[in-house]
Structure formats: C-alpha cells, structure tokens
Design a protein around this ligand. Sequence first.
Ligand code: 0A1
Ligand code: ZN
Length: 879
Amino acid sequence: MSSETEQTVFLSDYSPSPYAIEKVELEVEIAPEVARVHAWLTISPREGTAPGTPLVLDGDELMLDSIALDGAPLVLSAYASTPRALTLIEPPARRFVLETSVKLAPEKNLRLMGLYRSNGTWCTQCEPEGFRRITYFLDRPDNLAVYRVKMIADAALAPVLLANGNLVEQGDAGNGRHFAVWDDPFPKPSYLFAMVAGDLGSIHDEFTTMNGRKVALGIYCAHGKEDQCLYAMDSLKRAMAWDERRFGREYDLDVFNIVAVSDFNFGAMENKGLNIFNDKLVFAKPETATDADYANIERVIAHEYFHNWTGDRITCRDWFQLCLKEGLTVFRDQEFSSDERSRPVKRIEDVRVLRAAQFPEDAGPLAHPPRPDHYKEINNFYTTTVYEKGAEVVRMLATLLGEAGFRKGMDLYFERHDGEATTIEAFIKCFEDANGRDLRQFQQWYLQAGTPRLAVTENYDAGTKRYTLDFTQTNPPTPGQPEKQPMVIPVKFGLVGPNGAPATWTGVSGGNVADDLIVLDGASARITFEGVANRPVPSLLRGFSAPINLETNLSEADQLFLARHDSDPFNRWQALQEIATALLTRAARGMNWTGESVAALAAALAETVAAPGLDDAFKANVLGLPTEANIARVLASDVDPDAIHRVRVQLIEEIARQIAGALQAAYAAGSVDGAYSPDAAQAGKRALRQAALAFLVRGGVGGAAEIAARQYQAATNMSDRFGALAAIAANWTADAPALLADFRTRYGEDPLVFDKWLALSASPADDGALERVRAILAAPDFPRNNPNRLRALVGSFASGNPVQFARADGAGFRFVADFVADVDKRNPQVASRVLTAFRTFRTYEPVRRAAAEAALKNLADAGGLSRNVADILERTLSG
Ligand code: 0A1
Ligand code: ZN
C-alpha cells in the first residue's frame, strides 16, 4: 500500500487562490460516446497577486484539445497540461478570458463523478471534486462564479436539457439536434454545477413564496414513473413552506427542478436550482415503497431543498468546513420531520441512527472531529460524524441559546454571510454576537473527536433534604488526539418525585442550572439541590440533549420507575433500552440474568405497549430491543457476535413467552382500515403491528410464523408485505427461501424492490448467508456497476449481518475484502464506503480480530488501490 503522505491536505495550509474565476460560460455538446466541453472562463488576479504568478487549474482524467487567451491561441510554451492540471505559466496581470476545450467519455465514467450516463440519461455529480472531470477549473468551494451553459444534444435522444438557474433560450441546432441555454445569476462554487440531458418524463407544479413570487417546480424521471413522484413533489412544497415559516427563508429562482437517476453514489445532491436524486429517494407508491421509504423521501427532499440557503447561498470556504453546511442542514431536516410527524419518535429514531453509526465511528480508527484538520481523500469525509454528529452540535447550540436566541443567531448568519464561502468560526461568531455569549469552549465540539462519557452518581440525604448529583466527564483519546479539553455539555433534566410528579427544590448550587437545563463545562461538577422532600429519581439527558454516553448509578428499579413515569418520552424509551442493554451485555459475557429482571422488563414492555395516550410509533420503538451492533458497541472489547446473537434471541424468546398476549393484542390493534396513506399516524399503526409481529416470530411464539406468512400473502401495501417477510427472513424459518423467491418474482424487474430482496437475502444470520450473497453477486446479469444494488447486497451483508460478516473462519471478511478490491477498479467511492464495515475490527475477540486483520492486510498487499480505499485501509489498520 502506498502511504501517500504527500497527498495529505491540511486546514492550516488554507490560502485563497491567487486568481478568481468570476464568470463561466460553457458550451457542451453531448453525443453518444463523446461529449465536447468548451469553456470560456473570465479570470482576474486577486488583489496582491504578484504579476507572473502561475495559474494552476484542476483537472481529473482530462485531455486538452485547444486553448486560447482573449481569443488568441496560446503557444506551447505558455502553458502546461496534464490530465490532472492545466498551468498558465505567466497569466496577464489583469482580467482575461481563458478558452479551453476538452472531450469526455461519459459512457465510460463508472466512478459516477463528473459527467456520466445513467440508464441513457446524461447527468453530472460535482461535489466535492467532480467539476474538474468536466473542465479545467479552480475546483474549490471558495471560488464563486456565475454560470451560463449552452447544451447541445440530439433532440430525439435528449429532448430534455436542464442545468442550474433559469432557462433563457432554446432552439434548433441543426442535424436533428437542439440546444438550451441556462443561466444561473447566483454566484456559486463549481461543486454546485449540474447538467442533465435525456429522454425523461416529468411532473410539474407551482409554489407561491411568502412574497408572492411564483416558482415553477418540476420533477424529471424515467418515462412511466411520473405517478411515483407525487409524494416527492408534495414533500418539496411542504419543505418550501416550512423553511419560510421556521427560518424566514424564501426560494430565490423562478424554477426548481429535481431529476431522479438510477446510478448515484449518494442519496441526492443540492445543485443550485437542479437537485439530482438517487431515484430510490424520489419514487414511491404504496405497492412498492414502505412507510420508512416515504419518510426518507420526505426527509431527503427537504434536506436538499434546505441546502439552497445552508450550502448554496452560504457555502463552505474549504472542504474542512463540510459540516458547516451538512450538520446544519441535517439539523434543519430533522426539525422539519419532527414538525411534520412526531417529535419524540423522530428523536428516538435519530438517536438510534446516531448510536448505531456515529458512535462506533467515533470510538474506532476512523474517528475524526466534525471539522477535521487534515485529510487525504475528501470523499471519505462524507461521514456520519460530519452529518449526524454535526446536527447534534447545532441542536446543542439551539438548546443552550433557547429557541429565540438560536433564531437570532441564524438570522444574523444569513444576513452576514449571504453570498459567501465561510467557516465554522464565522458561524459560531454569529451566535456569539446575536446573543452576547462566549462560545469558545463550545466550539470544541467541532474540533475534538470522540464521544464524551459522562458519569453521574446521585445521593439523597433524608436528614438534610439535600439531593446531589456528581458529574464526571471524560473524553476518550482518538487518533491524533490523545488529550482533550472538557466539553460544554447541556443536560436537560427533571427530578421525578415518588408519585411520578416533578419533584421541587428550594435552592440549587454548584453549577450552571436554569429551569430544566444543567450546563456542564468542567471535568467534574457537584450540583446540590436543597429542600427536596423525598428521594427523587433523576431523569437526565432528556431528549438526548447531548451526543454522549451517560453512565448513571440508577438501579433497575429506578429505570423501571422512569419507564413508567417520566414525562419525557425519550427517557421512557431510554430507560427500557438501558435495562435490556444491561441484561444483554452481561449475558453476552456469560453472566446469566435473573428471572425477576426479565419478568420486570417484560411487564414494563407489555404495560407500555398497552398504555393509552402513547404514540403507536413510540410503542413500536419500545419493542425494538437493542440491536446486536448496539450491544457490541457497549461491550467495546472481546466481542463475540455469535454470543450476542444467541443471548438476544434468548431474551426475546423469554419475553415473548411471558407477554405473548399483549403482543398479539398490539398486533391486532394495529390493523389499518381504509386506503393506504403514508402519514405518521397510519405509519405508526403499521410500525407497531410490525414490531409486535417481529417480536412474536423471533420469540418463536406458536402460530406467529404462520400469521406472518398470511400477512405476507394478504398484504396490499409494501410496508405490510415487507414487514412480514423481514420477520420471517430474520428467523430464517423453513418457508423463508420460498417466500423470498416469491417476493423476487412478484415485482418483476422493479429495481428498488430488487434492492429490498437483496438486503433481505444478505442480512439473516443463518450459516447459508455468505453462499447466498456470493451466488447472487456471481450471476452474470447482476448489475455490478449500480451503487444501489451493490450496497443493498454487500453493504447489507458487511454492515447489517454481524454474525456472518464476522464469521470466526474469516470467510465473511475475505469475501468483503475481495469485493472491495474488485469494485474499487470501477467505483472507488462505493468500495471505500463498504470497507468501513471493518472499522470496529479491533473490538472483536482475538480469533476474529486476527482474521479481519489478515483480510485487510491481504487487501493492502495486493496494491493498485484507489486513494479512497487506501486511505480507509491505512487508517483502519493503524488506528
Ligand atoms: N451534498 C450531498 C451529499 C453528496 C456528496 C457527494 C456526492 O457525490 C459524490 C453526492 C452527494 C448531500 O448532503 O445530500
Ligand atoms: Zn447535505
């Protein structure tokens, strides 16, 4: 493996480019096999640039065809060109126009960065460094320019021609070709450039902004899928209205277009005025999309739309600031979903994702701060830390400042930085200035990696009526950061009195406490409450007010009390999770649980599921016991996935036996009358029904598997059908193979349903899983270049099947490593993402740890790896 240290980019090396590209005019001729890109770049030296300073433009796999300066061809000695760079040796010391032309081969572009072809449609992906695969450019986010692009293509092959901004001209281009000119008046970085050409269907609508401007909305897709875009359109309009209401943000162009494509490395992309989406995040109809798919579409449509202000109008100075747009925009989409659906349920679901994905990243060799200070490959930093932890940091800011204070800071941010490429520091400064607060220490959240641990011990003195909470914060070391500063941790809390009502106190000292918020900023603190009549049970970190690991000395009885009485729904859910996690982690270490503990947990679950006044979706979450991955994360060392799987199934069996009646009642109560609707209430009912069914089947309760099979056959929507099949597949019961085969044929060639089948085939823990996955992948017609298919199959196996991926014989590890080596030749982004499944390999018990390490070393020794894969591999092995 090449160590490639020379490739490392450091934040501390940031300096503005000596030149600025102010205006971009492109003429792109698109034809099968080849596209010709002609660019006219208006360039000025920045103030202070010494005359004669060379101008170096970025390229990636480019071949220069022609070059001219202010209309005159350049002599060979005036420039140097390679596939990766174009250098003007001595540019004029004044504004000039550089004209270049290059040819591209979109059909051969399997990396899906730059201009490529997906199912016949030409489309682009430029974030973070794809524009340099289209033309030589200052491909960095701090170069803001206005763009005008003329697209020319065969009128039959590509009747639809789209780019950023507004359509200003279109017409005939001769020889059966036509053209369109798009103009984007908003200065933007190159990563937001986009272009689409193809034969596409579309749906159209209109949105009237808060100031009465009409915006034409369009969603483009493969012909025949138009009716599956309606929910996305509805989500878009709701998102536009919400951003006006909640943040005062109005849309700014006359058109907003979305295009759904089948080959896409990520979820979607916020190109100015022309969002491009992975089609799985656009298409939905009840027969083929689950409730979760609908919720995801709503969320991502909103996310990309919200980027128009947090990302496009205000962008990032450099890629180290990625979290500036991503963390903030995830926070905004989480808030949107909370307002459109159930806030507590959304919070529980987001925290589940955070713990499942971000906490392990933060605890392993790939840990990095939300705002890293160096990277080798920026594509490897589109991580759950930048996105989800980034959103948590913004959420803490909102908690610390309160709703009004947070809004004041946001308003100032939009006012002060509109039209700029800026930094995390500038963002924080807006909240400081708007609120008169010092947030320097808070900023550590952006700079320090790792999940803080907060230990709390509580003590009540009946004699003095004094209640104390002792907090100790530790910040574990992470790669490159052995020592840490204490963080500012907002702990939302309540003291719950013996009857379940809030306990009161007459005085509090020893820390920063106001209303329901304790703010900790030192390594330790003792908070003392005076005049507390009886020993309360503390409900701490309500709503998961900080992304930390909280360790309390609360007893099982206290947790059960909170599960019943806490007024904070998040902590009610959390209390039950804690009890289950404690039982499961101890059992995985060979320490048996007591019958009383299991019975108490079972009773609390049954009671919660039957309780009136609680959200169905909340109850469904309560029935979702900690995942195997979560148990492994808490164990943190000497992990044996077989043991975890075994004890988890045992616990479910024991509980299911005890509360089968309550589960059956929940299942029965969850049936939905009337037509399918993806709304939160109906989806919640189905989720509860599904959770009860999964519990019953997994628990081996007599007749449950048959009920699931019947539900599978009778289902009239994908949520019910998929839910039943998932319950059956997870258990790998005798009829699982036949039902999966039925599922495979029932939906014909629908690729998004095929992905569901792939995932269900890859994730069961049975010993046949690896062979199944191998056989599917080896089929000659398996679409081996489509990221969705590859992720659904091998991604699900590597990240969603802990037992079989981490087989003790190492076969799972070897399979995934071989897959990574193979896919890397075509699509390094997909390859490196799959490889991150190894990030927790050092937490395995010795046999598996050695097997994983051998597979990784073997991959390294083979050589010829992309920078993407080499970077992940190197960090995984050295961390
Ligand atoms: N900015 C997009 C994420 C994205 C990143 C890279 C991509 O291609 C390699 C595509 C999309 C978002 O946050 O949705
Ligand atoms: Zn984003």
